[in-house]
Design a binder for this molecule. Structure first.
Ligand code: DGJ
Length: 742
């Protein structure tokens, strides 16, 4: 059966074909891999794109003899290393046993096989048997998932490098990872390891990144690619609130609907770096991988290491098409388990209602309120365990505080279940307070550097999850709690950055943090295997670890601690570039908002939250009977539409961080229905009329607007849109059109 990957012996070129894109690289005369092409679908060999000329100060490999025109410093490289004359940013840098920085990888062979590779101990894009069968049945022969493995070797050090390429052709997805093995007789240290590096020929590009802070994550920034390096990354132990491991390169003038663009999204939750650098000849190098400056991993003879994978996608249909490729991939080929394809329960979380101050009775009363408005799941947030009466104590002691709850957890959960509600609970397994039994017994389990005082954050320290005995102890405590009652949801929190990392067995910060993350993944894997129906929601002070790595274990992540609907529009807009709506935990909370004091109408808060992992954070004392009736209706409305909203195609029509209206459209994949939402963010006297356009409707069809029962032509709605009613009232008016194809 034909696969989407081919090797052309004559040109020594590897070609990967997806539905709309082609990726190609070749083995040159000297056995080095040169990148040829990544872009719109094409056929043939693109080696005609290569140009060689004598370039001053760009050296030539020894084997090139007197040919001064052949320089790796000026050619597009498939996997640039430091040491063969390419003096741009390397993807791999090796420090040899003698301290020298040098590596020269030459081609040693390849393998093309069916199915997408997996990475031991690491999250990765997968294609399960059912999906594989469906692909084979529905698509043409060359539309099934496949893997290309290209082997390269550095003779001097014995570094054996396997470049891994995974292909999901239908989704225009290519993944890249690397395995490095020390086959030599002396140790060496990996100083840099970026599985993805792509060289683009000169052109005019923008780079899109997603920056922020705690409470305001993933705001879109578009920067023109100029000389020098545009780089983002994290040295915080996690992927971070500050920069998301997602970078998009777009041809100038690319918008949501048109233009060529490329995305790189890291399936990794730890420190990372990503870069977009325009070089001396105007070529652009686009990279993503493990943290640049801090990464360092020693490999003894016989040892090996995998780089986590990067998901790549290309779209000629603008940013919206690119996002939809990523959405479908993350939704179906990264997220796993029972909840992957199911509408998630509407939840009520206790955090903003009580913070740490609650009893079992309060929880039951909150449950009664929740049930009365149609909520499915009550979540008991922080404060239920050990001595946890505030955030100075208790983390690490995962025993239920029965005194506080006024009885056992199981008795409380039974009562909540009797009301017809599911029950969920909050944990923060990777953390410890010094004021805890765990810390008193095992002070050495926290990450600290001998002879130095650690930096505290939220009064807590981080447990060394690279150590199995630490993980086992916490796992035993948490599973004892989970086994004691009918718990169907867990919120997995993580509330600080990592500062103090000791060095052990010759491993410094980078290696320790790599092992730490593998430890977290191992723990999560054990949890998902043991409780296959448990819904786990990731969280790190909101969206401090919102990445495809975590989504492999937790199909939804609390998007931000900021629940203000206006800020959330910006946060969720940025998040939507790389992640599907189903992955974003979003709740309606009280006003004035507890994070920024803003007052927004309840219908707007609902419209903003009811697109993802939907729920409420309400203090029952602050909700009027009238509002409860509205909430009841909202939940009914959400449930009616949830299936297509969560599965549907998402279209961004405006940028709520920059424009006066926030407009988005969610359309069922078959075009049968759509939800168009427009929210007024600013208001002026005597405004021009603003039109909210729909997307993804069936051309030529008529659509009925549920609210007024009238029919509207799809093409006019997509071309011009609905006029958004003029209002001289306050801002934050919300208009929703639920359109059904007739
Ligand atoms: C940070 C989370 O983002 C909040 O929602 C809440 O769970 C607190 N932690 C609890 O400490």
């Amino acid at each position: 059966m034909g696969l989407p990957i081919t090797f052309d012996e004559a040109h020594k070129a590897f070609t990967i074909q997806t539905r709309n894109s082609t990726y190609q690289f070749m083995v040159d005369t000297y056995g080095t891999l040169l990148h040829l092409y990544y872009g719109r679908k094409t056929a043939g060999c693109m080696d005609f794109l290569l140009t060689c000329q004598d370039r001053g100060f760009s050296g030539n490999i020894y084997d090139a003899g007197e040919n001064r025109a052949y320089s790796y410093d000026a050619l597009p490289m498939e996997f640039p290393v430091f040491g063969n004359g390419d003096l741009r940013a390397p993807a791999l840098s090796i420090q040899n046993h003698d301290g020298s920085l040098a590596c020269d990888l030459r081609y040693a062979g390849y393998e093309i096989r069916e199915g997408k590779y997996a990475l031991p101990g690491l999250p990765a894009v997968y294609v399960d048997q059912e999906q594989e069968a469906a692909m084979q049945e529905a698509a043409q022969e060359d539309q099934q998932a496949a893997t290309l493995e290209v082997t390269l070797k550095d003779q001097a050090s014995g570094a054996l490098c396997r470049l891994l390429y995974g292909v999901l052709p239908e989704l225009d997805i290519i993944t890249r990872s690397v395995r490095i093995e020390n086959t030599g007789s002396a140790s060496f240290t990996l100083k840099k390891l970026l599985p993805c590096s792509i060289d683009f020929l000169p052109g005019a590009y923008d780079v899109l990144s997603f920056y922020g802070r705690h409470g305001y994550e993933r705001k879109l920034q578009c920067t023109s690619v100029r000389h020098g390096a545009f780089s983002i990354g994290s040295r915080r132990g996690t992927s971070s609130h500050q920069y998301n491991p997602l970078l998009i390169l777009a041809e100038k003038e690319t918008n949501e609907d048109y233009g060529s663009c490329w995305a790189a999204e890291f399936v990794w939750s730890g420190e990372f770096s990503a870069l977009c650098e325009k070089d001396q000849f105007d070529s652009i190098r686009f990279q993503m991988g493990l943290a640049g400056e801090d990464f360092s991993y020693p490999l003894q003879p016989g040892e090996s290491l995998y780089a986590p994978e990067v998901i790549l996608s290309f779209s000629r249909a603008g940013l919206s098409g690119l996002s939809r490729n990523l959405h479908e991939t993350v939704r179906r080929h990264v997220c796993r388990g029972y909840w992957r394809d199911r509408v998630r329960p509407v939840l009520l979380n206790s955090w903003e209602a009580f913070y740490f101050d609650f009893s079992g009775k309060d929880m039951i009363a909150l449950g009664e309120q929740a049930k009365s408005v149609g909520v499915d799941l009550l979540v008991m947030d922080d404060g239920w365990f050990g001595e946890r009466s505030d955030d100075f104590r208790g983390l690490g002691d995962w025993n239920v505080n029965e005194e506080k709850l006024g009885g056992t957890l199981s008795a409380m959960v039974e009562e909540i279940n009797r009301m017809g509600l599911m029950f969920g609970i909050w944990v923060e397994p990777e953390m410890v307070n010094e004021n805890s039994r765990l810390y008193r017994e095992h002070p050495d389990w926290a990450l600290k550097i001998q002879g130095r005082d650690p930096v505290r954050a939220r009064n807590q320290l981080v447990l060394d999850f690279s150590r199995k005995e630490v993980r086992d102890h916490i796992f035993a405590q948490i599973t004892t709690m989970l086994d004691s009652a009918n718990i169907e949801y867990v919120k997995w929190d993580y509330n600080r950055s990592i500062v103090d990392v000791p060095s052990r067995d010759g491993k410094g910060r980078g290696a320790m943090l790599y092992d730490y993350m593998l430890g977290v993944y191992e723990f999560l894997e054990r949890l998902v295997q043991r409780y296959p129906k448990l819904l786990i929601e990731g969280c790190s002070g909101g969206g401090g670890r919102f990445d495809a790595g975590m989504l492999y274990y937790t199909p939804q992540i609390w998007c931000s601690d900021n629940t203000d609907a206006v800020d959330r529009l910006v946060i969720q807009h940025g998040t939507s570039f790389g992640y599907p709506l189903s992955s974003m935990g979003a709740h309606v909370s009280v006003v004035p908002n507890e994070q920024n004091g803003r007052v927004t109408p309840l219908d707007m808060r609902f419209a903003v939250a009811a697109t993802g992992g939907f729920g409420y954070e309400l203090d029952r004392g602050k909700v009027s009977e009238e509002e409860k009736a509205v909430i009841r209706q909202q939940i009914e409305e959400f449930k009616q539409m949830a299936a297509f909203v969560v599965e549907g195609d998402y279209y961004r029509l405006t940028d709520p961080g920059e424009e006066e209206h926030a407009v988005s459209c969610i359309t069922a994949k078959d075009g049968s229905e759509a939800l168009l939402t427009a929210i007024t963010l600013d208001n002026h006297c005597n405004n021009p009329v603003f039109y909210a356009k729909a997307r993804g409707l069936t051309s030529g069809a008529m659509y009925e607007n549920e609210e007024d029962g009238k029919q509207y032509p799809a093409d006019a709605l997509m071309e011009i849109g609905f006029p958004v009613p003029q209002s001289n009232q306050l801002v934050y008016r919300t208009y929703r059109w639920h359109l059904i194809r007739r």
